[in-house]
Design a protein around this ligand. Structure first.
Ligand SMILES: Cc1ncc(COP(=O)(O)O)c(C=O)c1O
Length: 458
């Protein structure tokens, strides 16, 4: 006889989402706390693989829902936990984390580049070094983060058989890339739409310093290794005001009291579902609204921050390339391409962004410079002859914890900070644009040849 199921513990009881109809062709994946899935799975795998011993210390740098999820799983399994966070950990969250037994270090000063995330990372590495045997989950690069979403994809496939489109916000990339990779085993045509925010580097905008962002937990000042860019058909950038308004609408119209990343994803999914009435879309809602009661759900706060909107946003503006445009809501046909493939094709910044005048694709008149010498001449065989004024953005990837200097526009290559500093000296720090001469033996920046460094990262 089957009857009500009693879960082993709360995390097992609430880890999977409820599936809720929002329209006849739109399903919401309503999580209580989505990050419980990766927190539980990463710890389980670490124990199985011997990286963590029973009762061993877990250390992670996080200010958000992953920290809370780790604290819940650690409390249930008897692991001490140290979290390194920043002021985004508000007092009620801090009390909750400490009540669950976590030790929380809050860094108060942001780094010159890389913001709080860089400083958090430095403190994290110190804590790890001083406590041998401790385990760090590293949600941004640990493959068990996307790997943890298999049960969620299975649940969706069982419930509806198949869907045509998945929409979700992207922070570490774990949820959207994880769920879609499993679904595409049975639904290879599945459309995947990632939702990012302006000033996040994940899909090619330049870093606006996300420590000041009002819309948190989506976007990143680094490109996490867990973001598989080739998973995405479309990318949307949604501003904070638009996300907050959609969050309130989700509550008003569907009684779903969720956080602002849910609102951002809802805005996009609702738009897509309206425009594709014959296809079935699923949208990810990662957390509940309680933590945002005094902010997103408070009109006075919205007013004070200048992000209160009374009229719904207009349709999103299609961009022909990722760039730091001013449209509050925009999208780009990413086309399941690698990051480097997309970032090779953009026209220079002053050429506008109209899709009507320019097809996304390699520009025959200005083929991208080829940075890796392909002839027998080796590193001295590059063939460029132009000089470019290009934008310089600071970003990092999780696998390269030192800051990277991204030379973007038509030269989308990454040079690690050590190399950049060694070759370019302090001159590059704080610059937002550089003259780049392409020619001779390689790439010259302000008269200094960095051809070898660039070749290594091209
Ligand atoms: C509330 C919330 N929404 C969205 C995301 C993005 O999810 P992911 O990290 O799986 O890309 C996060 C990640 O921390 C989150 O906490």
């Amino acid at each position: 006889m089957s009857g009500p199921v009693i879960s082993a513990n709360l995390v097992d009881a609430i880890a999977l989402p409820r599936l809720v109809w929002l329209r006849p062709n739109l399903i919401g994946l309503v999580f209580t706390l989505m990050k419980l899935l990766p927190a539980r799975f990463i710890i389980r795998k670490a124990l199985e693989e011997g990286e963590l011993r029973p009762g061993g210390l877990i250390v992670e740098a996080t200010s958000g829902t992953f920290g809370l999820s780790l604290a819940m799983v650690s409390a249930l399994q008897g692991h001490p936990l140290t979290l390194v966070g920043d002021p985004a950990i508000d007092p009620p969250l801090l009390r909750r984390l400490e009540d669950l037994g976590a030790t929380v270090h809050i860094v108060r000063e942001a780094g010159a580049s890389g913001g709080f995330r860089q400083v958090r990372q430095e403190v994290l590495e110190k804590v790890l070094a001083s406590t041998p045997g401790s385990f760090c989950p590293r949600q941004y690069s640990n493959p068990h983060n996307p790997g943890s979403y298999a049960p969620c994809a299975e649940q969706l496939a069982h419930a509806v058989g198949g869907i045509d489109c998945l929409v979700g916000s992207v922070g570490s990339g774990g949820s959207v890339c994880g769920i879609s990779s499993y679904l595409r085993l049975i639904l290879p045509e599945l459309n995947v739409i990632g939702v990012d925010t302006h000033g996040s580097v994940i899909f090619g905008e330049t870093d606006a310093g996300n420590d000041g962002w009002l819309l948190r937990e989506v976007g990143n000042s680094l490109i996490p290794a867990n973001v598989d860019h080739t998973a995405f058909d479309l990318v949307h950038w949604v501003g904070a005001a638009e996300a907050f308004q959609a969050t309130r609408r989700l509550h008003r119209e569907h009684a779903l009291h969720m956080g602002p990343t849910s609102g951002a994803a809802f805005l996009v999914a609702d738009w897509w579902a309206r425009n594709h009435p014959d296809s079935l879309t699923a949208v990810i809602f990662p957390d509940e609204g309680y933590r945002y009661q005094d902010t997103v759900y408070n009109d006075a706060w919205l007013e004070a921050k200048g992000v209160r909107r009374d009229v719904p946003p207009r349709e999103p503006v299609e961009w022909n390339r990722p760039y730091n445009g001013r449209d509050p809501w925009s999208f780009f046909r990413w086309g399941r391409r690698a990051y480097s493939d997309v970032m090779w094709i953009g026209p220079s910044a002053d050429q506008g962004n109209s899709v009507a005048t320019e097809e996304a694709g390699p520009d025959a008149a200005h083929p991208p410079p080829k940075l890796v010498p392909d002839g027998p001449g080796g590193a001295g065989a590059t063939t460029f002859t132009r000089t470019e004024r290009v934008e310089v953005a600071r970003g990092r990837t999780d696998d390269a914890p030192t800051p990277l200097l991204r030379v973007s526009a038509e030269v989308p290559v990454w040079v690690d900070a050590d190399t950049a500093a060694e070759v370019l000296g302090d001159a590059v720090r704080g610059l937002s644009a550089l003259d780049i001469a392409l020619g001779g033996n390689g790439l010259e920046v302000d008269g200094i040849d960095i051809g070898v460094a660039v070749s290594a990262y091209a």
